[in-house]
Ligand binder design. Structure first.
Ligand code: ARG
Length: 458
């Protein structure tokens, strides 16, 4: 069958070229947006007198019928149609006759696809907003429920200073709040209507772009018709925000993989979010966390793919731009899946504070506090640092820790050290003394929890 655009050419194409050119297998997911866009377009055409009110009613009724039939499964997408836009128009014309042919007045598929994609992605952004909120709330509740758990904080993956486990978890809550804000921000700029840009140069018809934009819930119209059909920065902004979010989830996943290993055993995941091995009976693997970490690379790839597709394109529309959809859909689908599995996985994970505590007691993570103790008694920090380090070395030699190191030995290094040193280097005290804003004491962490809750409410 000849294509709808037959005219200049026969419209008869090679079947392999057809398959290659076709996007309906992946853009059919925008059918709802395409149909509501067309309804608004028909209403606008009648409003300004380009078509009659009767024609608009027929178009809108026909479109509604198509929507209903797609949703009920009565109408299947025709893979022979080039894309969702052609499909809807073709079915409409089959169903209501010549009036259907009036729908495409004063628009083009170029502004139509830009419109559909913006509408589709703004809904996805709203869903992401909710999913990130849910994960953040779960992190907050895990932090609240486990306030007493003390663990070593790490730098270079070496035990460094004692912290509250809740403090560590709240660091991720802060990151997620920013991820959420980035997505909301991207959605704001996305919510500008390109429809009425037509092929790219605008139109000779006296259209009302504002009317159509308002009907579709946009905040305004794009101010340059060439820009309106040519750019996909709204996809890139969303994908960048998603890539950063994936990076954050990937770091948390990496920690979960570490924490669930026998070497750490700080947490245990619920059986619902782990897998076994087909050969090693003892295994309980953190596959979900590993997959989130793995899928992060894939989402970066989606972003890089679209950036690369766009970088050399002359204005205005080029068919290369059809490549935008699979990339952005994949990024959105993937991050949604990751959020949906991460939230309950974190919610149901069991914390093992004894093991955290054991690790905290073994790593000389109070050596900074020992140095600070001497500083408070008048020693310059650099000297105190050196003494503390030498004592640690002696402890290691003798199989002791700072908490069990005898006072008389301490005093060989410095007369300033007294028996109150043991209080000072007590791991819980080391945590609770760090009352600086944003610090690890329970007072500071509770303030962080309250802050995140207030931000989520705002
Ligand atoms: N399927 C196309 C896309 O996704 C729609 C726009 C086609 N426009 C054109 N002039 N061929 O980009």
């Amino acid at each position: 069958m000849a294509k709808m655009w037959a005219g200049r050419s026969s419209g008869i194409t090679d079947s392999i070229a057809d398959d290659f050119n076709s996007s309906i297998s992946f853009d059919s997911r925008m059918y709802k947006q395409d149909i509501s866009g067309s309804m608004a377009h028909a209403a606008m055409l009648a409003e300004v007198g380009i078509i009659s009110a009767k024609d608009a009613d027929d178009l809108i009724d026909g479109l509604q019928g198509i929507l209903d039939d797609i949703e009920s499964g009565k109408l299947e997408f025709d893979p022979g149609c080039e894309d969702i836009h052609m499909f809807v128009e073709q079915v409409l014309t089959e169903r209501i006759g010549d009036t259907g042919k009036k729908l495409h007045t004063a628009r083009s598929r170029n502004d139509q696809v830009a419109l559909d994609l913006r509408m589709y992605l703004r809904d996805e952004a709203a869903e992401l907003d909710t999913l990130i909120r849910e994960l953040t709330e779960v992190l907050v509740s895990v932090a609240e429920k486990n306030m007493g758990a003390v663990m070593p904080g790490y730098t270079h993956l070496q035990r460094a200073q004692p912290i509250l486990f809740s403090h560590h978890i709240m660091a991720y809550a802060m990151m997620l709040l920013r991820d959420k804000a980035r997505i909301v921000d991207a959605a704001k700029r996305m919510n500008i209507s390109p429809i009425g840009s037509c092929a790219f140069a605008g139109t000779t018809y006296h259209t009302d772009r504002g009317f159509e934009a308002e009907k579709l819930g946009f905040d305004g119209i794009s101010q340059n018709s060439i820009d309106g059909v040519s750019d996909r920065d709204f996809c890139l902004e969303l994908m960048s925000a998603i890539a950063i979010l994936m990076m954050h989830m990937s770091r948390l996943s990496e920690e979960i993989v570490l924490w669930t290993s026998w070497e750490f055993k700080f947490v245990e995941l619920s059986d619902s979010y782990t897998t076994g091995s087909s050969i090693m009976p003892q295994k309980k693997n953190s596959d979900m966390a590993e997959l989130i970490r793995g899928k992060t690379g894939r989402v970066y790839g989606d972003l890089m793919a679209l950036l690369t597709t766009l970088k050399g394109l002359p204005l205005a529309y080029n068919k290369d731009m059809q490549e935008d959809k699979e990339a952005v859909f994949d990024a959105v689908d993937t991050v949604k899946m990751c959020l949906k599995v991460m939230t309950p996985m974190i919610d149901t994970m069991k914390i093992i504070p004894e093991n955290m505590r054991k690790a905290a007691n073994e790593g000389f993570i109070n050596a900074t506090d020992l140095a600070d103790y001497m500083v408070k008694k008048g020693l310059p920090f650099r000297n105190a640092y050196k003494i503390s380090g030498s004592i640690v070395a002696d402890c290691i030699k003798r199989g002791l820790v700072l908490d069990t190191y005898p006072l008389e030995d301490y005093r060989k290094y410095s007369e300033l050290i007294d028996k109150d040193v043991y209080d000072e280097i007590n791991i819980d005290n080391c945590v609770e003394k760090r009352i600086s804003a944003g610090g690890t004491s329970s007072i500071s962490v509770k303030a962080q929890i309250a802050w995140v809750k207030a931000e989520l409410e705002a």
